[in-house]
Design a protein around this ligand. Structure first.
Ligand code: 4NP
Length: 161
């Protein structure tokens, strides 16, 4: 059976990318595609490796029915460019950092998550780490919108062949 694998990438892997991972897991499960769409997340930085998502991200997610508590931060590794069909960056800096370490021949795998959101919105999921609680609501809104577009895109890919 054909599968597709995706990895959401932010800076710390404790706010945005675990939120995207939890949102996407829920949408993929609702679509009955858990066995076919494989999901992970990682950070370009290593400060938070091994830690659970930021409490604010966990709380905001929980209020919308997403459980971020089992997730643990890890840093992006060279192997990820082989393991994942798509590495989806939250912002332009994450995108640049991924492109810097991307092996030749794998560049088309690296994209901005918000490229899958409806046209007209921001191209970036803004870093909520140093801001107030409302930043985490915006992250959730953006992830929910982009993941819907991403899911439709991946469903079309899986339907090919
Ligand atoms: P994230 O947020 O990239 O969405 O996980 C951040 C988490 C930690 C830091 C920056 C952003 N930090 O500077 O430690």
């Amino acid at each position: 059976m054909k599968t597709v694998s995706i990895c959401f990438v932010c800076l710390g892997n404790i706010c945005r990318s675990p939120t995207a991972e939890a949102v996407m897991r829920a949408q993929v499960e609702a679509a009955g595609l858990t066995e076919r769409i494989l999901i992970d997340s990682a950070g370009t930085g290593n400060w938070h490796v091994g830690t659970a998502p930021d409490e604010r991200a966990q709380r905001a997610g929980r209020l919308r029915g997403y459980d971020l508590s089992p997730l643990r931060a890890r840093q992006v590794a060279a192997l990820d460019f082989d393991r994942f069909d798509f590495l989806l960056a939250m912002d332009e800096a994450n995108l640049r950092n991924l492109q810097k370490i991307c092996p030749p021949g794998r560049r088309e795998r690296v994209r901005l998550l918000m490229a899958f959101a409806p046209e007209g919105g921001s191209r970036e999921v803004a870093d909520p780490y140093f801001g107030g609680g409302e930043g985490f609501e915006v992250v959730l809104d953006q992830c929910e919108a982009a993941c819907r577009g991403l899911l439709a895109y991946l469903q079309a890919q899986l339907a090919q062949e």
